[in-house]
Design a binder for this molecule. Structure first.
Ligand code: UD1
Ligand code: CA
Length: 474
């Protein structure tokens, strides 16, 4: 494109039908605010700036949105906010943004509650605009009620020149029969837009300043108006209610699922799969049903994820298997699962869990801020927190690192080839020397020498022929 693009995102409306305290455009789709999808899309178009128009819940909306991530080899898209108080219509909204729009560019008008427009579609719209003329994104709907209708000059095939957009409430019965609707998205040279905005009035059924009136000004000025007619309704679908939000969530997830499957990822059921962030998969990855991926997750070649896993902010290396019902959340520290490691079922990996090659973690094992070297195993009912675990360590069922004294946290070091029996408590700070053995049921409070057997529990007492007390009668 030979012209700069400045995007206006309309986000001042109330969103009454969401029946929520949260402003509508901050409701989440795929883990991201609705309006954030729109802002991020602007960055994919290499837009120069994004101006978000806020009104209802403006403070919250402005705090809840971030500048888009800068794409490689591209200058950053600038994000700014403009307030619209009170809200007197879509034309009034864009009037508030006009001072922030440089006259040399093209303005692309988007809505903060329409999250799934594809960048390619907007690129086609901008091409049609060409920096010279007004271009509208339109769509034929079986039930166009409520939308602005595209009024065209009469022609045999319905592709006559666009003459106006008439809002549903202002439309005649004949106009209401038109099925081609205005999506709410337009591209317009900013110099022309500014002049037309100054001419808007509110003499209409709703007493609002309609942005859509710019079409009739363009026609009056002798300029032709282009329409880019698409067929994919999801791309222009807005969110007005929890039901619509859920419908678009499924549409979004299906898109992601299809993209992954096209690259070879095998999903047991694309309809039972959720990514709320970014998921990158290597070759031959299998994902069973009902898995949720959050934040940034990567799955290496040949990784298998069982049913009902939640995996967030983690790197799962090649050949690892995550068995069903496992919960992994690396939060800011991240989690790494090494090559060919086996995790779960019912395991929990928390921030800073770093599992080496072929580590095995079984059911009801929790690991936090701990490193397990290659071949270490903790197969049942155990806790490892703030621990450094050496190669080939075997950590018994029910054993715990007591890493917290109520005020401070301390590290436990378990050197290579140690065998920790069942039901042990390792009270940190403590080091278990390499190759050592800890007898089952021990509470270890002092560091142990390499190769030593350490037992710290009451000695067994057995009383012969012991008579159990009996219940008194009467
Ligand atoms: C608008 C169009 C209509 C189109 C429809 C597509 C006008 C006059 N009509 O309808 O032709 O078919 O979108 O969905 O433009 N907003 C503000 N400030 C305001 C009013 C609205 O920021 O004063 C925002 C809303 O938050 C929303 C967007 O603008 O994000 C569209 O507003 P909405 O009321 O949903 O659209 P309509 O005016 O009904
Ligand atoms: Ca309205």
């Amino acid at each position: 494109m030979t012209f700069a693009v400045d995007v206006v995102v309309m986000a001042a409306g109330k969103g009454t039908r969401m029946k929520s305290q949260r402003p509508k455009v901050l409701h989440r789709l795929g883990g991201r605010a609705l309006a954030q999808h729109v802002i991020d899309c602007a960055a994919q178009l290499a837009a120069r700036s994004v101006v978000v128009i806020t009104g209802h819940g403006a403070d919250q909306v402005e705090a809840g949105l971030q500048p888009p991530r800068q794409l490689e080899g591209q200058s950053a898209t600038k994000l700014q906010f403009v307030r619209q108080e009170p809200q007197l219509g879509t034309g009034h909204a864009v009037q508030q943004a006009a001072p922030a729009l440089p006259a040399d560019g093209v303005t692309l008008v988007l809505s903060g509650d329409v999250p799934l427009t594809r960048p390619e579609t907007l690129r086609s719209l901008l091409d049609l605009c060409g920096g010279r003329q007004l271009a509208l994104l339109t769509l034929a709907l079986p039930d166009p009620a409520g939308y602005g209708r595209i009024v065209r000059a009469p022609s045999a095939d319905g592709s006559g020149a666009v003459q106006a957009i008439v809002e549903h409430k202002d439309a005649t019965p004949e106009q209401r029969a038109i099925t081609e609707i205005y999506s709410g998205i337009m591209a317009v040279p900013t110099r022309l837009l500014s002049a037309w905005l100054a001419r808007l009035d509110n003499q209409n059924a709703q007493g609002e300043y309609y942005l859509t009136d710019v079409v009739k000004f363009a026609v009056a000025d002798g300029l032709s108006v282009q329409a880019h007619r698409i067929t994919d309704a999801v791309q222009v679908a807005g969110v007005n209610s929890p039901l619509q939000l859920a419908e678009l969530e499924r549409a979004y997830q299906l898109r992601l699922a299809q993209a992954l499957m096209e690259q070879g990822t095998r999903l047991a059921d694309p309809a039972r799969f959720d990514v709320r962030g970014e998921l990158v998969c290597g070759q031959d990855v299998d994902i069973d049903v009902n898995c949720v991926f959050e934040g940034r997750v990567s799955l290496g070649d040949g990784v298998r994820v069982g049913a009902n896993c939640v995996i967030a902010n983690a790197v799962i290396e090649a050949g690892a298997v995550i068995h069903p019902f496992t919960h992994i959340d690396g939060e800011k520290l991240g989690v790494t699962v090494g090559q060919r490691a086996l995790v779960g079922p019912f395991a929990r990996l928390r921030p800073g869990a770093q599992l080496g090659t072929e580590v095995h973690l079984g059911n009801f094992v929790e690991v936090k801020n701990s490193t397990l070297a290659a071949g270490a195993k903790a197969n049942h009912l155990a806790y490892l927190g703030d621990a450094t675990v050496g190669e080939r360590v075997n950590y018994g069922a029910g054993s715990i690192t007591a890493n917290y004294d109520g005020a401070n946290k301390f590290r436990t070091v378990i050197e290579a080839d140690v065998h920790v029996g069942s039901n042990c408590v390792l009270v940190a700070p403590v080091t278990i020397g390499a190759g050592g053995t800890i007898g089952g049921g021990s509470t270890i409070t002092k560091s142990t020498d390499p190769g030593a057997l350490s037992v710290a529990r009451g000695r067994q007492v057995s009383l012969r022929d012991w008579q159990r007390p009996t219940k008194k009668r009467g």
